[in-house]
Every structure is written in C-alpha cells, then in structure tokens.
Design a protein around this ligand. Structure first.
Ligand SMILES: C[S@@+](CC[C@H](N)C(=O)[O-])C[C@H]1O[C@@H](n2cnc3c(N)ncnc32)[C@H](O)[C@@H]1O
Length: 239
C-alpha cells in the first residue's frame, strides 16, 4: 500500500493572503488532503503542492475580481478556485456550480464547516442551469474545458458587461487565438491575458479575461431567447 502524502505546513505567504481566514484556509487544505483524496476529488500526488499550486494559485485570482460582485465558479470540483476566493473575499456572493454529486456533497460540507455564508453550492451543468441561476457579474473557472467550449458554457451565465476569468497555464494565448471567433459570436468585446500573484506564487497565475457587452451569450443565445418568447401558433382544428 502506498503511504498517504503529508500536507506540508502553510508557507508564509498564505498568512498574508488569507489574513483573518488563515485558520480556515489550513482547515480547507487539511480537508482536501484527507477527505478530498479519500473520495477521489484530488490526486494524492497533489497533496505536497496543495498550497502553492492550488490554494494560493487560486486565491490570487482575487486581485482581478471587482468589489462586491456576484460570482459563479463553473466546474468547481473540490472548490477551486471558488473556496480560496471566498476565504479572501467576504464581499463577494459566490455560487459553486458542479454537476457531480460526490463533489457537491464535499463542497456543501466545506461551506458549512468553514461558515462561508456568502457561498452557495448548486449541482448542475453550466449549459443546463441557464435561466435558472441569476446572471452574475463574474464567471470563474479552472481546468474545466478549452476556452472556446468553456466560453459557450460560461458567457451565457453573465450579466450584461460582465466578465469571465479563466485560470489557464502556458496555453492561455494559444487558446485565446483559437477561441477568437467563438468569443466574438458570444458577445465578447474585450479579451486579455493577465498575470497575478506577484510575490505570492512562482510562476505567476495566468488568467484569461473575457469581457462581454450588452448581450452576453451573443447572437446564438439571443436567437434562442427570441424563439422561446415567440407565442405558440394556434393549433389547427379538423373540420
Ligand atoms: C478537472 S476538474 C477541475 C475542478 C476544479 N475547477 C479545479 O481546478 O480543481 C473539471 C470539473 O468541471 C466539471 N464540469 C465538467 N463539465 C461541466 C459543465 N458542463 N458544467 C459545469 N461543470 C462541469 C467536472 O465535474 C469537474 O468537477
């Protein structure tokens, strides 16, 4: 049997980043290393690098999230980036969206244990909750799908003038180029690649930012809504 990897002590930067919520961040890291691994939500090989590669890498996304907004973390998995973001930003209202029951059960436990009153867990696929969730200012995501597919799921969840913030690695620029036409059709008006986490993570975390205009979801989504709104044709009667 392989021995369970040990969770290393929190690095000094974690105290600064999580501030008052540092103890809760430690508790979350312990839950990931223990129940998270046992229930197959995170690989055992991730445990030694939980702080740098997961908690801190996700928490620094906070640098580019505006104040007091609503956020939907699409494909939250074991709570990344949603939970670290919630720990550093009590001003946000965050929905963790995840289709798998095993994962939403874990997320609900974490939210209750850490007393994250500003976080709600919703079970579902992004493309299926459209119209059921209130549109949000910001969609976040990490490791869910290539940018073009992620955009078709995430952008329709946005309010007008909202933005999607996707944590991506080295492939960020490449994915943006490949997704250009899809983003255009979905109503993107501005895109950028941001580097965050100076002095906290090395390498810096890369974030693809996609801002939308008045019509998030773009032409296809607008057409779908128009179709749904059309009155039903009167049924023909046989004479
Ligand atoms: C590789 S995991 C990443 C989890 C987490 N974001 C992280 O970085 O550790 C991808 C997650 O996306 C979820 N997912 C896949 N398709 C989805 C969809 N259409 N809508 C919402 N979530 C989805 C999966 O269930 C899974 O939890």
């Amino acid at each position: 049997m392989t021995e369970a990897a040990e969770l290393p002590p929190a690095p000094e930067q974690a105290r600064e980043v999580f501030g008052d919520r540092f103890d809760d961040a430690v508790r979350y890291a312990e839950l990931l290393a223990d129940a998270g691994v046992q229930r197959g939500l995170i690989g055992p090989r991730e445990v030694p690098r939980l702080w740098e590669r997961h908690l801190l890498n996700c928490a620094v996304l906070s640098e580019v999230v505006p104040e007091g907004v609503t956020v939907c973390d699409v494909g939250s998995g074991a709570g990344l980036p949603g939970i670290p973001l919630a720990l550093v930003r009590g001003d946000l209202k965050i929905t963790l969206l995840e289709p798998l029951l095993r994962r939403t059960t874990f997320l609900t436990e974490v939210v209750e244990l850490l007393g994250l009153d500003h976080v709600t867990v919703v079970r579902g696929r992004a493309e299926e909750v459209l119209g059921k969730l209130q549109p949000v200012h910001v969609v976040t995501a990490r490791a869910v799908a290539p940018l073009d597919r992620l955009a078709t799921w995430g952008i329709p969840l946005l309010r007008p003038y909202g933005e999607m913030l996707a944590l991506k690695g080295d492939t960020a620029e490449e994915e943006l180029t490949a997704a250009a036409s899809a983003l255009n059709k979905l109503g993107a008006v501005e895109t950028d690649v941001l580097q965050v986490g100076e002095g906290v993570v090395d390498p810096l975390s890369t974030v693809v930012q996609v801002k939308v205009g008045e019509s998030p979801g773009g032409v296809r989504f607008a057409a779908k809504r128009a179709k749904a709104a059309r009155p039903a044709r009167p049924s023909r009667r046989r004479r």
